[in-house]
Design a protein around this ligand. Sequence first.
Ligand SMILES: [Zn+2]
Length: 262
Amino acid sequence: MGQSRRSHARSRKLIGLTAALAVGLLLSSSTGFRGASAFTFPSPLRLLIVTGGHDFEEAAFFRVFDEMNGITWTHASFGHGAEQKLELENSGAYDVAVFYDMHQDQEPHSREWLQVLEKGKPTVFLHHALGSYVKWEDYGEIVGGRANFGRDVVKWAPHTTFQHDVSFRVHIADRNHPITEGLQDFEILDETYNHFAVNPGVHVLLTTDHPTSETVIGWTHHYKRSPIVYLQLGHGPSAYNNPNFRTLVARSIRWAAAELRK
Ligand SMILES: [Zn+2]
């Protein structure tokens, strides 16, 4: 009797543990995090996705965000409302800004946007956003690095080269960071950039040793009160549909949002 009660109690405990594990797995798959508690948000994160100044395959790109758990998103492009969304008085409408633009004109929004960043706005820059505002010296301080795909000669960015359709290996440089925790090195078919500037103070997450690429291709840092992530990956559908790319983007958004709340 005693024996059977004990085993009953043990099996109940086992069931409890299994259920907890299942919930944990569910949580980790929905958030992309193993240590999900630090990144649990009371309601979906509201993203503002900013584009303009560079073409991309829109349907496939936005599908990445359609299929991302725990977020809602709106899209604005420069010349069609993005400038207004970056004004201080409108910046409360989104929790995280994701830039996938290569816009060059600082006016009329850059002063207001700087105020938003000084106050603190979690921000993720993807791929060609490294090459925005070539003539704006401070832009590199915001992103943590910069590229120059244009013909202008500027002292803060070398002339950047690019190579399409490169299959290369991405190395996880920091396996303990919440964005990269548990990820293994992976292959991706994507565009590489070479000869771009990376600020010395950034926290390096991703590197590659492919000869057509700069070594450091992903990092975090802070600009004023704003947590910032830059991921060089993300030219087109072969990257958008890579599960590692999707995990990195989702975790970058959640890390930046959580980092601001610390
Ligand atoms: Zn590209």
